[in-house]
Design a protein around this ligand. Structure first.
Ligand SMILES: [Zn+2]
Ligand SMILES: [Zn+2]
Length: 395
């Protein structure tokens, strides 16, 4: 094996796999990662790594000082720790013992890979300057965890210069790393519209003349015209209405109907216009049916934009590990979201990269599905990338 760091990571594979299996067996949902947090703390403690206490009993911040303590760059490495409310169906040795909860997104593996990296970095303190911050974050799945970590001050004292996040991806093969410069993932915002009309007999709609079901139906369709008629066709936006509730019987016009949806944008300026556009459309449509519409709009995470400068460092790090041919370029942005984008709002010099999980023989794992299996052979590659990135960034 050409790379010394990749060799060190493979030498540590047994440890990383055992850590992953332990966390995989005992999954915890978002903001409930108490046992996982305690386990990570005990592992870091065993290694002798200093930790900074956080406000709640979820999430861990570990600190490793390089050879120029307090000087040199500060690099943050982030892993998420939460599981999903899904029943595991895969036949694996570390099958979840918690009914209805499983690691179906690989966050157990992200945590294990970062613990592996901590172990290697600790033995290589003479090879980098500055400080490494290990961020073990709760609650990525509900997109709240990074906000909590930032509020806990994990990016300050000392201020983080560079940040790297890594997530498994089923499009790329095991042993490959993929990334993209610039706009990568979308913002994630939510809305609820409440349409109020007047209830009445289904046989005599004209007596009230304000049917909220008709107003809601037309609002849902009219909202889609925002995308095609108001936004540049080259500017990526998705609006999906995913819930609609109203009515109690087949012959009663209800008084209210509510519907909710998700808004994804790649561009911050466009994102800031969507709330007003939806409000204009639903209020206009509702009033044409003699109904009233009220919009509640909730801002979630911003779009995720990778720094070209840091992407270059990550790419070069990955090339040293696995060779140029295995470092892939992600050529189109995605409309999914990641709460890593909040770190990038504070520390723009960061990258969210992807680790290949596809086994050409067995096929690609399906994320957020009971059958999801994160191939353990991929773990050392993630550990190695964290380590090599620090060596490149903290010279
Ligand atoms: Zn997920
Ligand atoms: Zn995930």
């Amino acid at each position: 094996m050409a790379s010394e760091i990749l060799q060190k990571s493979f030498d540590l594979k047994e440890y990383i796999v055992q850590v992953k299996r332990k966390i995989h067996r005992e999954p915890e949902l978002s903001m409930q990662e108490v046992a996982t947090t305690a386990f990570v703390q005990s592992e870091l403690k065993k290694m002798g790594i200093e930790m900074v206490p956080l406000g709640l009993n979820v999430g861990v911040l570990g600190i490793i000082e390089g050879k120029k303590k307090g000087k040199g760059k500060v690099t943050a490495l982030r892993a998420d720790m939460d599981a999903l409310p899904i029943q595991e169906t895969a036949d694996v040795p570390d099958k979840s013992i918690v009914p209805g909860v499983m690691h179906a997104c690989g966050h157990d593996c992200h945590t294990a890979m970062l613990l592996g990296a901590a172990k290697i970095l600790l033995g290589m303190k003479d090879h980098f300057s500055g400080t490494v911050k290990l961020l073990f974050q709760p609650a990525e799945e509900n997109l709240d965890g990074s906000k909590y970590m930032i509020e806990q001050g994990v990016l300050d004292n000392p201020k983080v210069d560079y940040i790297l996040g890594l997530h498994g991806h089923s499009f790329y093969n095991i042993g490959e790393i993929a990334l993209r410069e610039g706009a990568y993932m979308a913002s994630s915002d939510f809305f609820t519209v409440k349409i109020t009309g007047a209830s009445g007999h289904g046989a005599y709609p004209h007596r009230t003349g304000c049917d909220p079901i008709l107003a809601a139906s037309n609002s849902v369709m009219a909202i889609q015209s925002i995308i095609t008629r108001q936004i540049d066709a080259l500017d990526n936006v998705v609006i999906s209405v995913c819930e609609i509730h109203g009515g109690t019987a087949k012959n009663i016009i209800p008084e209210t109907v509510e519907f909710s949806g998700s808004v994804r944008c790649q561009n911050m300026e466009t994102r800031n216009t969507i709330e007003e556009r939806i409000r204009d459309v639903v209020q206009g449509v509702a009033s044409s049916y003699k109904c009233e519409a009220k919009l509640d709009y909730h801002y979630g995470v911003p779009p995720l934009t990778n720094s070209p400068e840091v992407a270059k460092i990550v790419r070069e790090s990955a090339q040293k590990l696995i060779g140029e041919q295995s470092v892939k370029y992600i050529d189109i942005p995605a409309m999914g979201s990641e709460d890593f984008s909040r770190y990038l709002e504070v520390v723009p010099e960061g990258v969210f990269a992807r680790l290949g999980l596809c086994d050409p023989q067995k096929g690609a794992p399906v994320f957020h599905n009971g059958s999801f299996v994160f191939p353990e052979e991929a773990l050392p590659y993630g550990t190695a990338l964290f380590v090599q990135f620090v060596l490149e960034a903290n010279q």
